[in-house]
Design a protein around this ligand. Sequence first.
Ligand code: PLP
Length: 315
Amino acid sequence: MTADLTVRLQNGPSPVQEICPPVFAQGGLRLFIKRDDLLHPDISGNKWRKLKYNLIEARRKGFKKLLTYGGAYSNHLAATAAAGKAFGFSTLGVVRGEKVLPLNPTLMYVEECGMELKFVSRTNFRNKNDNSIFETIKINPNGYYDVPIGGSNCLALPGCAEIVAELNSQLDVLPDYICTACGTGGTLAGIVTGMEGKGTAIGISALKGNFMKNEVAGFLKKCSEKKYSNWQVFDNYHFGGFAKFKPELIDFINSFKKDYGIPLDPIYTGKLAFALFDLAGKGFFEKGATVVMVHTGGLQGVVGFNERFGGVLKM
Ligand SMILES: Cc1ncc(COP(=O)(O)O)c(C=O)c1O
């Protein structure tokens, strides 16, 4: 059974697409987009990468049920629900905040996939790492394979490291920079391990605050025996905080779609691309460098975003 799942989880490589925005061309830079958003129709982007070895481990240990956590528009809840359906696990999702009816498109989707939902207050959600949450939602956690928020744990890192292995076989040069959006920091940490000290990994935090660097360092310390210093996090492209935005970001995402045919989401990849264009314009990347932006997906959230904000994103 585990061998079967391992084979079914051999997906990819995701395509790589070169685009030539003027701001990159002017700096003599090449920009490639690693289209992890196209890895799987329902388990897209870094979610596939982070779930892969967790699902194999869950199956190996004989678990039939997955338990995980997320906000009401969570890409991770959507991907875990879809993965459970695709690979034969039942799923329970703990959702931050009160239940609002009708359910938003993300939660409607996860329910359609068969995920059972438990809604908890923001305070209880914050304490999800202590066992009292299981009393609140009246479940016995034994018997569930626990996937942490965002799918980020040590087993997430080797899946994300495979992004780098794929790039190395797809490109004719080693990337000088591999760039990703950061939420928990697990994806960046995995990319850093995959780069094995070659080139620089760049993270753009989707959250306000200067803690992301510590989060990434924490994953690296806990999950990797080797020490790496070839990475950097930027904390100044959050547009006001997690899931916050400004008209400038929306205009950028819409232009990006029009110019390059690639949709971005407003929470992670839109902020990432905006940051990379800004950094290129400011001369951050050295002349002649090859820059890779990892498109980590997140597009499922666009429908709900447009519902809330009047269809501002042209998909
Ligand atoms: C689309 C997307 N990109 C990037 C991230 C950030 O990844 P990480 O949490 O591993 O930092 C997330 C959330 O986890 C996400 O949903």
